[in-house]
Design a protein around this ligand. Sequence first.
Ligand SMILES: NC(=O)c1ccc[n+]([C@@H]2O[C@H](COP(=O)([O-])OP(=O)(O)OC[C@H]3O[C@@H](n4cnc5c(N)ncnc54)[C@H](O)[C@@H]3O)[C@@H](O)[C@H]2O)c1
Ligand SMILES: [Zn+2]
Length: 359
Amino acid sequence: MVSVTIHATTHDYDVVIGKDLRNKVTELIDSDYTSILVITDDKVETHYLNEVASSLKENFEVHTAIVPAGESSKSMRMYEKVLDRCVEARLDRQSLIIALGGGMIGDLAGYVASTYLRGVDYIQMPTTILAHDSSVGGKVAINHPNGKNLIGSFYNPTKVIYDIETIDTLPESEIRSGYGEVIKHAFLSDEGWSKTLLEVDIQRVTKEQLETDLTRGIHVKASIVEQDERETGLRKHLNLGHTLAHAIEAELGYGEITHGEAVAIGLLFMMKLSEEVVGAELPVKEFTEWLKKNNYPLSLLSTLDSEHMVERMLWDKKTVGQEINFVLLKKISDACVLNVDKKEIVKQLNLLKAEVSGE
Ligand SMILES: NC(=O)c1ccc[n+]([C@@H]2O[C@H](COP(=O)([O-])OP(=O)(O)OC[C@H]3O[C@@H](n4cnc5c(N)ncnc54)[C@H](O)[C@@H]3O)[C@@H](O)[C@H]2O)c1
Ligand SMILES: [Zn+2]
């Protein structure tokens, strides 16, 4: 078992990473909570809710709230339904909410916890690789029909309990998705780790490698959010690869591609753009090979219109005039934020599309 302490502005909290934690969760929780509401989705429920609830029932009164799996549950409607459960279960200020699931559940349950009774404690129990990212840093949110994460707050958990055995049941596309964010953390922080990852076949990754990668990813995220929790500067670097990723997700329609797969494609574009705009020398060839070997859906790019994607980027709140704010790499582990003209982006996107489809 590994433990990483996060120094947030409101309080310190531990991220505990290890095996079989779902069956030992009671031992990892303060005993003075009056009752617990476990919020999960209907896929994670079938795999892990019984074990988590059985462990908790040894010491606590336990309630559950189960929402349909998928991004569409991060909605105002589901937020209201879960709040209804909190009221029905008579949760009080000494109650605890547990978010058992991926980033969708973490964001929804975290937002419920941040607003119910003006805030009750909550614990994240991530069950996806991607959630190594979303469970740390205190951003919680739900979506509005007009945009992702438009309604939310900063609200840190009291603990993160990460049972890496739960990753066993993840479908292949979600493993790829999670590793999209893992490799982003590597590119932001460490050349040696990036090289190691580029040799990994993510379908055959061992528990030990997974634990190492998730722990390193959490360290990178923690060190950035500890310095800039409210995203006034450095935290922007975590958007590496995300400008194009958000445009791809929006163009395809949410749910057509996983977030991390879109990020991985966004990272490849970021590398190309960094070479062009800041003269960086990056492992573009190796990364392209890695994406192909691991079946990232690069071919989707050729179905998308470059001008449309750039229009999507221009709607983004981070845009200035006709220039788009990009996080680029001067080299691995050295990021910068630059405004890039939209014409240059269209040109580079067309080049990438031609390259990807020509091979
Ligand atoms: N708050 C943040 O800082 C932050 C950061 C990144 C992403 N996010 C948010 O995270 C969400 C994406 O997270 P995600 O990729 O984990 O998505 P998710 O929670 O929707 O999970 C993906 C799918 O995997 C299933 N699943 C989860 N765990 C499983 C398991 N162990 N076995 C089998 N199936 C399992 C889920 O039911 C779902 O169908 C988005 O809403 C995004 O906005 C938030
Ligand atoms: Zn992301």
